[in-house]
Ligand binder design. Structure first.
Ligand SMILES: Nc1ncnc2c1ncn2[C@@H]1O[C@H](COP(=O)(O)OP(=O)(O)OP(=O)(O)O)[C@@H](O)[C@H]1O
Length: 628
C-alpha cells in the first residue's frame, strides 16, 4: 500500500487522465474495429477483472489460491447454461453466476482457517483439478466436452451489444472493479487483510477477526471471478472444459505474481504481459511454458514484488533525491509529545485467579494469581521461560487457558476471542514489534481503530461521504496519537523502515487508537537505548496519568521500580513473590532466585528501589539482567 495520505488531484488533471485512459482503450478499435485486436483486448479485460480479485485475495490477504479458474468457470457456465438453455437474460444469469461463485468462495475459505499458506495452496490446486474433471463428467449439466454453444451478448437499454460494445462494457467494469478494490485496500478492510497476511496476532489485538477477513477476501475474489466468467462466456460464445483446466488457474496466480502481488497495478500489468505478449508472439506458442517458467524464476530472484515493484524501485532510484531537513536523531525526546492533550481513559481492573496453562509436559503457568487496580501499573518480572508472555497470551485469549479465571473490569472473559477481548478495552504490544512493514506508520496506527470504524463494506468500496469523513476523522486522531507517543514525523514512513525504538512506540499508539483501557506491554524496553528508555518511561507515565491501566512484562528492573506500583515475580510458572517493588526487590531470596547469586552481587539490585524512592531516574541505567 502506498503512502497513506491520499493526494488531492485537480479537476483538469483528472480529466486529462480520463482522456488518456479513453484513448488507450480506443486503440484496439482504431487498429482493427471488428477483428482480432478487439477479441484479444476484450479477453484481456476479462482477465484483468479476475486478476484484480485474485490480487486482493493472494496479494493483500495472503491466501494463495491455485483454484481461481474454477470460480471463473462457475460464472461462465452459469451464464452460458442459463442464457442458452433456459432463456434467461444475460444480466440475471451473470448475477446467478456471481452468487454461485461467491458461495463456492465461502466453501473454499473454510480450510484456510486452519491450514498454513502452502498447504492451503495445494488444497486449492486439488480443487481446481477435481473441478476440471467434474465439468467433463457431469455431462447432464455441462454437456461434457461438447460444451455450451451460442452464448449471446448482453443487451443494454434494449440494444444487443456488438463486439465493440461488449469490449467497452468489459473495460468499464474492469475500471470500476479496480476503483472499488483500490478504495477497499486503503480502508480498514485493506489494513485488516495485510494484518491477516503479515501479523495475524496484531490483527486480533486490533479487534479484527482473521477468519472473517479471510472469508471476506474469498467472497470478493470469487465475485470478481464470477463477473469475469460471465463475460468470458459472452466473449468466446462457447464454453468448454478445455477453457478451465488446472493450468488456467495456475496461470492466474502467475499473472498476479508477475505483475506484483499486493500492488495496485499488479493485476493489470501482469494480465497485460502474461496474456497479451504471447498473443503477439504466437510463433513462440510451443515455448510458452518454458518462457513463463524462466520469467517466474527471474522474477523471484530479481524482482520479488513483480514488475510493478521492480518499476517502482527503478523509479525511486532514478528520482532526484530531495534534500531533506536534517533528520532528527532517533533518540531525542520530541518536546511536542509531552504537550499533546488526550482525553481521560477509564482504566480497567484485571483479576487473574489460579491461572493454569501447560504445553504438553511443560507447565508454563501453574496457578498464577494477579490483581491489578484500575489506573495503576503492575509489572511482571521473572527469568526467561518463567511464563510471563504466556500469562499475557492467556489473559488476551491468544492461548486457551487450562483452568482458572480472568476477570477484565470485573467480567469473566472465558470463551471470548482475542478480538472480542480487544473490544472490551484490552490493548497490547508484542515482545517483538508486530507492525505491518509494507504499510506506513500512520496506517499501522489506524489498524488499531479497526473495531471502532463503522463504515460498511459497501460505503467503503464506494467511498461514500460518511465513510470518507470517518476516515478523515480517524486519520487526524491517529496523527494526534503519533504526536502523543512522539513519532509524528514518521507518519508517512514505511513501518519496516522505522527504527526499532520507534516501532515500539507505534505499537503503543496502535493500542491507544483501539481505545485500550488496559495496555499490556511485553518487554517494551528490549533493545532500546538509554534515551529511548527514558522516553518510554515518560510515555508510560503520561498514559497512566490519563487513567489507563498498564501491565508491563520487563527485564529492566530500574524501569519497573520507577513506574510500577506492584510487582509480581514469576518463576517456572508460579508466583515467587508479589508486592510493592521496593519490598520485592529488597528481598534477597527473591532476587537470588531471579538473577542468580553472581548477578546479584554485581548489580546491587537495591539500587533500583533506592532510586525509585528518591526519584532519581536520570542515572544511566544498567543493562537488562543477562539471561533474565
Ligand atoms: N506456544 C508454545 N508452545 C510450546 N511451549 C511454549 C509455548 N509458549 C511458551 N512455551 C513454553 O512455556 C514456558 C514459558 O514461556 P514464556 O514465553 O511464557 O516465558 P517468558 O517468561 O515470557 O520468557 P521470556 O522472558 O524469554 O520471554 C517456556 O518453557 C516456553 O518454552
Amino acid at each position: 500500500m502506498a503512502a497513506s495520505v491520499a493526494k488531492s488531484r485537480s479537476l483538469p488533471g483528472l480529466l486529462a487522465q480520463a482522456a488518456l485512459v479513453v484513448l488507450v482503450l480506443a486503440l484496439p478499435l482504431a487498429l482493427d474495429p471488428n477483428g482480432y485486436a478487439l477479441f484479444v483486448a476484450t479477453q484481456l479485460g476479462v482477465f484483468v477483472i479476475a486478476a484484480i480479485g485474485l490480487n486482493l485475495l493472494a496479494g493483500y490477504a495472503g491466501q494463495v489460491s491455485l483454484g481461481h479458474g474454477a470460480f471463473i468457470a462457475i460464472g461462465a457456465y452459469a451464464t452460458a447454461l442459463l442464457t442458452v438453455d433456459h432463456g434467461w437474460s444475460f444480466w440475471l444469469a451473470a448475477l446467478a453466476g456471481v452468487v454461485l461463485s461467491a458461495l463456492m468462495g465461502v466453501l473454499m475459505a473454510l480450510p484456510s482457517f486452519r491450514l498454513s499458506t502452502w498447504y492451503f495452496a495445494f488444497i486449492t490446486l486439488a480443487f481446481a483439478q477435481v473441478f476440471e474433471k467434474m465439468i467433463v463428467e457431469w455431462r447432464g449439466l455441462t454437456k461434457g466436452f461438447a460444451g455450451v454453444v451460442g452464448v449471446q451478448p448482453p443487451s443494454v437499454f434494449g440494444h444487443v451489444l456488438d463486439p465493440a460494445g461488449v469490449y467497452w462494457l468489459v473495460a468499464v467494469i474492469a475500471i470500476i472493479g479496480f476503483w472499488l478494490v483500490n478504495n477497499l485496500i486503503r480502508s480498514r478492510f485493506g489494513r485488516g487483510f495485510v494484518a491477516v497476511r503479515d501479523a495475524p496476532a496484531a490483527a486480533q489485538a486490533a479487534g479484527a477477526s482473521p477468519a472473517r477477513l479471510k472469508m471476506l477476501a474469498f467472497v470478493i475474489a470469487a465475485c470478481f471471478a464470477g463477473v469475469a466468467g460471465a463475460f468470458f462466456a459472452v466473449q468466446k460464445t462457447v464454453v468448454t472444459p478445455d477453457d478451465f483446466t488446472a493450468e488456467f488457474s495456475i496461470f492466474f496466480l502467475l499473472t498476479v505474481v508477475l505483475g506484483g502481488l499486493g500492488t495496485r497495478w499488479g493485476p493489470v500489468v501482469g494480465a497485460l504481459v502474461f496474456f497479451l505478449v504471447p498473443e503477439l508472439l504466437t510463433g513462440l506458442e510451443s515455448w510458452r511454458m518454458m518462457v513463463y517458467g524462466a520469467a517466474l524464476l527471474a522474477l523471484m530472484l530479481f524482482a520479488p514484488h513483480g514488475l510493478v515493484g521492480a518499476a517502482r524501485s527503478l523509479f525511486d532510484r532514478l528520482r532526484p533525491k530531495q534534500t531533506e531537513p536534517a533528520a532528527q536523531p532517533a533518540e531525542t525526546v520530541p518536546p511536542e509529545a509531552a504537550h499533546v492533550e488526550r482525553p481521560a481513559i477509564s482504566g480497567l481492573a484485571l483479576e487473574v485467579k489460579d491461572l493454569r496453562k501447560s504445553f504438553g509436559g511443560v507447565v508454563a503457568l501453574g496457578g498464577v494469581d494477579l490483581s491489578v487496580r484500575p489506573g495503576t501499573c503492575a509489572a511482571i518480572v521473572g527469568p526467561n521461560g518463567s511464563g510471563k508472555t504466556t500469562l499475557l497470551n492467556v489473559v488476551g485469549a491468544y492461548y486457551r487457558r487450562d483452568a482458572g479465571q480472568v476477570l477484565l473490569g470485573g467480567r469473566e472473559t472465558k470463551g471470548l476471542s482475542p478480538q472480542q477481548i480487544a473490544g472490551e478495552g484490552l490493548g497490547r504490544t508484542f515482545q517483538t514489534p508486530r507492525l505491518l512493514g509494507e504499510l506506513t506508520v500512520l496506517d499501522n496506527v489506524l489498524l488499531g481503530a479497526y473495531r471502532r470504524e463503522r463504515a460498511s463494506l459497501a460505503g467503503t468500496m464506494l467511498r461514500l461521504p460518511a465513510a470518507a469523513s470517518e476516515t478523515a476523522r480517524l486519520r487526524a486522531e491517529a496523527m494526534e496519537l503519533l504526536a502523543f507517543v512522539g513519532v509524528a514525523d514518521r507518519a508517512d514512513d514505511l513501518a519496516s523502515e522505522t527504527p526499532h525504538g520507534h516501532q515500539r512506540l507505534v505499537e503503543i499508539a496502535r493500542a491507544l487508537m483501539g481505545g485500550a483501557r488496559l495496555i499490556m506491554l511485553d518487554e517494551p524496553a528490549a533493545g532500546l537505548s538509554m534515551t529511548e528508555l527514558d522516553r518510554l518511561e515518560q510515555l508510560i507515565r503520561r498514559i497512566l496519568a490519563l487513567g489507563a491501566t498498564v501491565v508491563i512484562v520487563e527485564h529492566h528492573l530500574d524501569l519497573v521500580a520507577s513506574i510500577a506500583s506492584h510487582v509480581t515475580v514469576l518463576d517456572r510458572g508460579v508466583v515467587l513473590a508479589s508486592g510493592a517493588p521496593q519490598a520485592v526487590f529488597a528481598d534477597a531470596t527473591v532476587m537470588a532466585a531471579y538473577m542468580g547469586e553472581r548477578a546479584l552481587n554485581e548489580q546491587a539490585p537495591g539500587q533500583a528501589a533506592d532510586d525509585a524512592a528518591t526519584g532519581d531516574v536520570s542515572r544511566p541505567r544498567p543493562a537488562p539482567v543477562e539471561g533474565a
